[in-house]
Ligand binder design. Structure first.
Ligand code: CA
Ligand code: CA
Length: 195
């Protein structure tokens, strides 16, 4: 009788152990699903790859003026800070632009989420093309954990971020006019290989 009880106890302990083993598998499945959902909405980050430039593109890249870039980029960031959450002017007639404009923005900087940055939004001076600084509004993702700089006149992005944005900019500037057209920007946005 004692022997039977012992084997029953072993059997139930084994069943319990098996049940416990099953639990982590369920949790792993949940995590995988969450990661998949995030990747579907994530915008391509152009700083995550290296770019091989042609000789001509490299010459244009070498002429990139980081100081002028920081000044222009800072001006746009200041403009965006004071921007209303509704589209204005002719943009108000475009339903896609109106939707992108009224979507939630970064609470600290008033920047749109990257997926809501339309070409019209990035083209700050409305000349139908993107400068490096206009492109960088999209190309340099905001770091929500970055501390606010003590000095209000400090550059908004690091030299490394500015130079990485320039690397991809001159890679996607296929016609070499030192601006990105709508189609050139679309290639950059999708992370296309255009070499
Ligand atoms: Ca422009
Ligand atoms: Ca171009």
């Amino acid at each position: 009788m004692k022997k039977l009880n012992a084997s029953l106890a072993t059997a139930s302990a084994l069943a319990f152990a098996l049940a416990a083993c099953g639990e982590p598998e369920v949790a792993e499945t949940d995590n995988a699903m969450v990661e998949e959902d995030l990747s579907e909405t994530a915008e391509f980050d152009p700083s995550t790859r290296d770019y091989t430039l042609t000789e001509e593109a490299q010459a244009r890249r070498d002429a990139f003026d980081e100081t002028a870039f920081q000044e222009e980029y800072g001006t746009y960031r200041d403009d965006i800070m004071s921007e209303p959450a509704e589209p204005t002017g002719s943009d108000a007639d475009d339903p896609a632009e109106a939707q992108a404009a009224s979507a939630p923005r970064d609470p600290q900087t008033n920047m749109r989420a990257r997926e809501n940055m339309t070409f019209a939004y990035l083209d700050r001076n409305d000349d139908g093309q993107l400068s490096v600084a206009e492109y960088a509004i999209w190309a340099i993702p905001l770091d929500p954990t970055a501390p606010r700089p003590d000095d209000q006149n400090a550059p908004r992005v690091t030299a490394e971020q500015a130079n990485k944005a320039a690397d991809s900019f001159f890679y996607y500037d296929r016609d070499g006019d030192t601006y990105l057209s709508q189609s050139e920007f679309q290639a950059a946005r999708s992370g296309a290989d255009v070499a």
